[in-house]
Design a protein around this ligand. Sequence first.
Ligand code: PRP
Ligand code: URA
Length: 209
Amino acid sequence: MSAPQPLVVTHPLAQIHLTVMRKEDTPSAQFRWHLQRLAEILFTVASRSLETQEVSIRTPLAEMQGQTFARPIVLVPILRAGLGLADAILPLVPEATVAHIGIARCEETAKPKPYYAKLPALLSRSDVFVLDPMLATGGSACAAISQLKAAGANRLNFISVVSSPQGLEAMHEKHPDVPIVTAAIDDGLNDRAYIVPGLGDAGDRCFGT
Ligand code: PRP
Ligand code: URA
């Protein structure tokens, strides 16, 4: 079976939020606000095929069948910038568990350095959403997903804001089973492995560092 193509969310609302985020003079508070609105849209799309199961409920007038999630949901922000996505998505699925994976990209080599992980026991029976605004070389996302698979996760999704062709290729090679939802596929990487045109350093822009 061939890997699914990344799903690029071209909805005008998504693209307008992304445009504000990309502008170099957008201050952190505004950057965060637009990131969060965009995260709501991306998660709504990424969760479109989640399995549900029927549940019997009673309205004030009658009995009926409603829907509930078939499996627990786990959100996994990659620290730090993924936190900006998780903050907006958690209110949409308040019963979700939040796992954290800390990965810092080495400034010189752009290689991922994992430094923290706090993962729940229910990973193997959950729908897992890995969150990171930037898919550049793909090193961080691939490392996080490998870590989650090693811990038992087997229904994974990846949500990013801006992706590079190189990052998508890396994901396609290492984790072809993981569907990707993104707001943009940019031109490529510069000599420091930053996405061009991109939006700069998402963590720094989100947290004002
Ligand atoms: C950034 C970004 C991704 C990673 C993407 O994080 O949030 O995690 O780089 O690059 P890659 O695809 O080449 O791995 P960074 O390591 O700078 O940490 P931060 O979120 O703390 O700023
Ligand atoms: N990390 C970011 O935050 N931005 C990039 O363009 C690449 C890696």
